[in-house]
Design a protein around this ligand. Structure first.
Ligand SMILES: C[S@@+](CC[C@H](N)C(=O)[O-])C[C@H]1O[C@@H](n2cnc3c(N)ncnc32)[C@H](O)[C@@H]1O
Length: 278
């Protein structure tokens, strides 16, 4: 696809770049489980270490009304990214396509003592049944989204005040690029980046502000070395019979996890409270 005049649009470029991360059929077929699957535990709220000082948390809290503020979290996982917004948020709405993530989100909201609602399904398909909120957040999801325009338009339409998005500056799977070369003789891509998201937002006529910060504390799950082999095996689509070789590789070449994140914020355009919502 291309815009009139032959140049591909930023949205088309994003879509092609995301598609380039697809894994060849022979790797997927040999994989004991999906290389893309996420562990719920990895995205659970760590009650002892809720990080209220990240740029993304601060940028969202700047906008949430001091009284009765609501936050919609799209691709909420276990609520790790919304927890630092309570307070001032007094209601959180979680959307996720994985039911087990929503169970974890509800448990976290109960521990935080905040009102919550959940919507089970894929964004933007579930947009019509998702309530409007003061602030919409969507953290660590966009590299999963090939068709960015309806996704972003949906986020904007459900935010009264602002949308705040956080993503690593490179695709999170890029940490495994070297290992894919070694174990599967496979070259992996190095784009898109957060700048490709900015290009799509500008193409939509939105006016995003953004900044890059060091990635803060990784989850308790990630910090446990026992989980590294499990995650590596899954991401690389390897069977347990390769564990010794894989452990040796990981010791020699620790995966270069992306250590910077971009926070991107732009105005919402949902109707203010009291007005009809289409
Ligand atoms: C990497 S996790 C991030 C979770 C959470 N936002 C955080 O920052 O900890 C991505 C989450 O987004 C969900 N997800 C991905 N694409 C989605 C979509 N189109 N609609 C709803 N949920 C989605 C996944 O199920 C997963 O729970």
């Amino acid at each position: 696809m291309s815009a009139a005049g032959g140049e591909p649009t930023a949205a088309d470029r994003w879509s092609d770049l995301i598609a380039s991360w697809g894994l060849p059929e022979h790797i997927v077929a040999a994989a004991p489980e999906s290389p893309w699957r996420h562990d719920v535990a990895r995205f659970a709220v760590d009650d002892e270490a809720i990080d209220r000082d990240s740029t993304s948390a601060r940028w969202a809290r700047e906008v949430i009304p001091p009284v009765g503020g609501t936050v919609l979290d799209v691709g909420c996982g276990g609520g790790r990214s919304v927890a630092p917004l309570v307070p001032p948020a007094t209601e959180v709405i979680g959307v996720d396509r994985v039911g087990a993530m929503l169970d974890e989100f509800v448990a976290a909201a109960e521990r935080l003592g905040v009102a919550r609602r959940t919507v089970h399904g894929a964004w933007p398909d579930v947009m019509a049944t998702t309530p409007v909120a003061d602030v919409v957040i969507c953290h660590h999801v966009l590299y999963d989204v090939g068709d960015l325009v309806p996704f972003v338009v949906g986020l904007t339409a459900r935010a009264r005040l602002a949308v705040v998005v956080e993503i690593p500056v490179r695709h999170p799977m890029s940490a495994w690029n070297g290992a894919f070369g070694h174990f599967w003789n496979l070259d992996r891509p190095d784009r898109p980046t957060h700048l490709d998201v900015i290009a799509v937002l500008r193409e939509l006529g939105l006016d995003p502000e953004f900044t890059v910060s060091p990635r803060r504390r990784r989850s308790r799950y990630d910090a446990d070395p026992a989980n590294l082999l499990t995650v590596a095996r899954r991401r690389l689509g390897l069977g347990g019979d390769r564990d010794a070789e894989l452990a040796g590789w990981l010791a020699e070449y620790p995966p270069p996890f992306v250590d910077e994140v971009a926070t991107i914020r732009w105005p919402g355009d949902a109707d203010p409270p009291g007005q009809a919502i289409a």
